[in-house]
Design a protein around this ligand. Structure first.
Ligand SMILES: NC(=O)c1ccc[n+]([C@@H]2O[C@H](COP(=O)([O-])OP(=O)(O)OC[C@H]3O[C@@H](n4cnc5c(N)ncnc54)[C@H](OP(=O)(O)O)[C@@H]3O)[C@@H](O)[C@H]2O)c1
Length: 311
């Protein structure tokens, strides 16, 4: 799989990152292993999890994904060939939301233990914390890096101005900077004022910020749980805005021209915008469809048509 730079870290990561959110809950161990093997078989090495995955699933408590990932890495002996991302900051049973130093340190230890590894390659602040002083959070992350428990840090669900503030503060203090931001992002744009709760959408402000700084944007919920192509899913209401029909029509048009699926066109469109999409799948067929987006090349004219489609 081709690789792309991760911010200004000097490290290259897989162009498509595998989301492991439902490993150990929706996907049992055998299914998770199959999906992981398939992704790695296609050359992928970048896998995304979090301490809280996936406590909201019936029977889940959080901490289900990391042990499956850890056991699979041990069985395959593959830890050193992979780039593992995890996160801290959201609440789950027994863990409060927040980015206090004590929370970051305790959750990092637990994630390392659950995965049975010594270092997390990329550790995210999963959600912004507007109460804890930013310096406390950034210094705690920096200490983890100095201790060798974490290699790089990223932010998720932050507004652009908060990310800039954090980067400025880190630079002033000689602490390690957030190298990337993971945000909710798909081809459709949410209608003005629509709420996605704690999940922050990559708006024009953030997209422009990431183009102007050496910060990689990673996108989650890219395929809206399959709603672009599946009869059993509907486009979430927050995306039913004035330009939805025009964008869906353009997507269909480009997909037909490319003999590709709308999902593949969205993934290719993101890749060509230097965004790393997170892909998740519950079947090998879905996973392969998503991986095949790597072979798609959209023309400049198609990119512009997709970008400009509006009501
Ligand atoms: N930072 C954050 O706050 C945050 C939030 C959410 C997610 N994430 C990360 O992003 C990853 C992906 O998130 P997501 O699950 O919300 O992504 P998504 O792309 O919106 O949904 C993935 C789901 O879409 C369906 N799907 C995938 N490929 C398909 C295809 N080719 N055809 C038809 N259906 C397809 C599958 O649904 P079924 O399983 O139902 O078949 C799959 O589980 C997660 O694993 C996690 O690592 C991060």
């Amino acid at each position: 799989m081709r690789t792309v730079p991760l911010g200004d870290t000097g490290v290259e990561v897989s162009a498509l990152c595998l989301g492991a959110m439902y490993f150990g809950t929706h996907q049992n161990q055998a299914e998770s292993y199959r999906l992981l093997d398939h992704y790695v078989g296609a050359g992928g090495t970048f896998i995304d999890t979090a301490n809280i995955y996936a406590h909201w699933v019936e029977g889940g408590r959080g901490g289900e994904s990391e042990p499956v990932l850890g056991a699979w890495m041990r069985e395959r002996g593959s830890r050193d060939r992979l780039f593992i991302a995890s996160k801290v900051g959201f609440e789950m049973p027994g863990v409060e939301r927040g980015l206090r130093a004590s929370q970051i340190e305790a959750e990092c230890e637990k994630s390392l233990r659950r995965m049975g590894i010594d270092t997390i390659d990329l550790y995210y602040a999963h959600v912004d914390d507007r109460v804890t002083p930013m310096a406390e959070t950034l210094e705690a992350f920096h200490r983890l890096i100095q201790a060798g428990k974490v290699r790089f840090i990223g932010a998720s669900n932050f507004l652009a101005w908060r990310l800039e503030e954090a980067r400025w503060l880190s630079a002033q203090n000689g602490w390690t900077n957030y190298c990337c931001i993971q945000q909710r992002h798909t081809y459709l744009r949410p209608k003005y004022g629509a709420s996605t709760g704690a999940q922050v959408v990559a708006n024009e402000d953030l997209l422009d910020y990431c183009r102007s700084r050496p910060i990689t944007l990673l996108a989650y919920s890219v395929l809206l749980a399959g709603a672009y192509t599946r009869a059993d899913r509907t486009i979430p209401h927050e995306y039913a805005g004035p330009d939805t029909d025009a964008r869906l029509a353009t997507l269909q048009q480009v997909a037909a021209e490319q003999n590709a699926t709308p999902n593949q066109v969205i993934l290719a469109w993101m890749l060509q915008h230097d965004i790393i999409p997170l892909i998740a799948a519950s079947t090998i067929e879905q996973m392969q469809e998503n991986l095949d987006a790597l072979d798609l090349h959209l023309s400049d004219e198609q990119m512009q048509r997709l970008d400009r489609a509006s009501a």
